[in-house]
Structures are given as structure tokens and as C-alpha cells.
Design a protein. Structure first.
Length: 156
């Protein structure tokens, strides 16, 4: 066996197999539709208890690990519906290892219920980090996941 054959064999055996495809976003969306059915164009409606809706969310999906929240809107500002929707999305993202991304822009008719700065602070309360141009939220570990992988720190 010549030198070229040995080098070729070494590379053949050291090649890593391609990574397994992940289903994070697919699983996130599959669970999302159990609480917020799709209504077309990437929009999902969050129903309320009276048969109406709390509001809507619209996504742009370009990755199997990240969901871009393109729009999030409610019918009634200040009633807690936006918080309900965002908490639901954050919980699902945490469960499925999905990063959330958005641009904190007010939408709808003026006067907007919140300015860009107020929106940025509102999203920060839910774990989003970034600037007025782009904010992201990495998936958070649950208490049981932190115990399982040994990252939970107990302070005294």
C-alpha cells in the first residue's frame, strides 16, 4: 500500500457522518397549533375563553432552530393578552430548544400603545436581549433540565 492510499484511507475513516437533522422548530410549531391554530400566511390565533381571540402572532422561519417573530398583535392593548401570547411562545421555545428573534417595532394605527423603547423594555422582561434593531431570546433550561445536566447552582 502506497503513501497516497494510506492518506486516502485515513481521511475516509476520519470523516464524520453528517449531523442528524433537528426537528426543533417543527416540534415547536406542532405544539403551538394545539393552543393557537394557524389562520394562514404564517399567522396563528390565540383564542380567548369567550370564543374570540386574545391576538395573533406571525412568524418567519428560515432555520430549524430559530423562529423570527415578525408580528405580534392583540385587539386590546394593556389587557395582558400580549404577555399571555409571549409567555406561551417562550415556554414552547424553551421546551423545544428554539431561539426567538424579533425587531421591537410598534404596528397598527397611531398612536401606538407602546414606543420602540417601551417595547424593547417589555421584551426584556421576557428574557430578550439586544437593541432596538434586533432582539433574541435563547432557550432557557427548565429546573429539571438543569438538575439533569448539572448546571443548576444552589446559592446559600
Amino acid at each position: 500500500m502506497g503513501l497516497l492510499d494510506r492518506v486516502a484511507r485515513m481521511f475516509m475513516f476520519s470523516r464524520k457522518s453528517p449531523p442528524e437533522p433537528v426537528q426543533n422548530v417543527d416540534d415547536f410549531l406542532r405544539e403551538l397549533i394545539t393552543v393557537a391554530p394557524p389562520v394562514g400566511r404564517g399567522d396563528y390565533v390565540f383564542p380567548n375563553d369567550q370564543g374570540g381571540s386574545r391576538g395573533f402572532v406571525q412568524f418567519i422561519i428560515r432555520s430549524d432552530r430559530r423562529v423570527i417573530i415578525h408580528r405580534l398583535w392583540t385587539h386590546q392593548a394593556g389587557a395582558g393578552n400580549g404577555g399571555y401570547i409571549l409567555r406561551t411562545l417562550c415556554d414552547l421555545a424553551d421546551r423545544h430548544g428554539v431561539e426567538l428573534m424579533l425587531k421591537p417595532l410598534p404596528i397598527g394605527r397611531k398612536p401606538y400603545p407602546m414606543s420602540r423603547d417601551q417595547l424593547q423594555k417589555w421584551y426584556e422582561r421576557y428574557g430578550f436581549l439586544g437593541t432596538r434593531k434586533r432582539m433574541t431570546r435563547a432557550p432557557q433550561l427548565t429546573h429539571s433540565e438543569a438538575l439533569t445536566n448539572g448546571t443548576l447552582e444552589i446559592s446559600r
